[in-house]
Design a binder for this molecule. Sequence first.
Ligand SMILES: Nc1ncnc2c1ncn2[C@@H]1O[C@H](COP(=O)(O)OP(=O)(O)OP(=O)(O)O)[C@@H](O)[C@H]1O
Length: 300
Amino acid sequence: MIALRNVTKSFGEILALKSINLSVCKGKLHGLIGPDGAGKTTLFRILTTLYLPDSGHVTIDGMDVVKSYKKIRRILGYMPGKFSLYPDLTVEENLKFFAAVFNVRIEENYELIRPIYSQIEPFKKRRAGALSGGMKQKLALSCALIHKPEILLLDEPTTGVDAVSRREFWNMLDHLISLGLTILVSTPYMDEAARCHKISLIHEGDIFKTGSPHMIVKAFHRPLYSLKTAHRLHMLTYLRKREEVYLAYPSGQSIHFSLHQSQKNIEKIIQSSGISYTHLSPKPADIEDFFMERMGGHAE
Ligand SMILES: Nc1ncnc2c1ncn2[C@@H]1O[C@H](COP(=O)(O)OP(=O)(O)OP(=O)(O)O)[C@@H](O)[C@H]1O
């Protein structure tokens, strides 16, 4: 449905996309996972025909993004990362505006947006700029869907949104997939990756891994541990000096560390630090661990 072949894009000296390849299959929820500055927005702008790639080839539904940009714009719904609506227009006026741009009537496609829009409809006379983060996100999604696109491109839709709204949003994406839409969604939140059929991991303009979340974490082979301590910095410094430790990094309230190879005496190694800790256990790798391993612990 979406295919990028050897796509490169630079801004002066900055190589934002380094000959990337990506395939998104029809009807699938595909995640683009990567930290700030990885190149996610640049990729979306090429797909939405707003940027031209320097080299490479991009097709959407078999159409070339450069030659067939008008047709492509009709089948795409795009929710940009930054709040893209008109803050001085009301909720209702924003929706009407986007419907008018695509020359459709709201009633025609109301069924598609009803599960989302009905939640903000009680506030339809409120200015978009005065909505909460979660409500802005719902309005932006309603506007991106109002012309009934086949493909939805969502650039960091949950950044800065509370946990409940994030969960509701992902439930909504599942619903849209069940209706047959194809979705490419970017996120810096590694925990959201698990909700995608497939994910592509991107860092410094390079897509270095694509696969199902399950297959990707299965490829993690080093022994991995989780440790809790009130002295995180001391413990991290200690772990990073130990030759058995491959990588140690903070993760939430814990420290995760991987070893070059299995060690029978891991508790002894930790105890010999003299630093107190409350919890130590092996842990299965998740997407964040995979990312950190690849980045050598530097992907914040
Ligand atoms: N218009 C531009 N001019 C110059 N540099 C740019 C431009 N757009 C992006 N870049 C640079 O290209 C790289 C990729 O940026 P991009 O916005 O695509 O990343 P991102 O993954 O979306 O991250 P973020 O969430 O921080 O926007 C960054 O180094 C960024 O500074």
